[in-house]
Design a protein around this ligand. Sequence first.
Ligand SMILES: [Zn+2]
Length: 127
Amino acid sequence: MILTLQCYQCGTEYEYLGTLPHPARCVACGSSCVPPAGSLTVVNSVHWESANGLAKVWVHTVDERDRPFEFEIAAHGSRGKLVAIKVDGVSIDPQIDDCMETLPPAVTAEIADLGVKDIETAKVESS
Ligand SMILES: [Zn+2]
């Protein structure tokens, strides 16, 4: 199968042809800051809630190449918003990648367990 991947570090788009999971390394700059290889597995999540009902959830996941992906979600009641992503320890812009517009199913399930069911992604609509 062919995958089109985009490096979060240098922006290079490249294709990967072969069996999954992909090698998790940018062909141009060698960065490991590229989309998940295979599926993500939730390691744990940290939930913090302030007295006024604002909450933050950090979901720690790993891909099939053992790279950590951290998703930070700000929530109020059942509504949440993806505010930050860290890939292999490097912060990336959640808007950088179309495939991050919808959260990975493992992350959605984890935060649904915490009562956050309505996720808005960071994509800014042009008005
Ligand atoms: Zn790169």
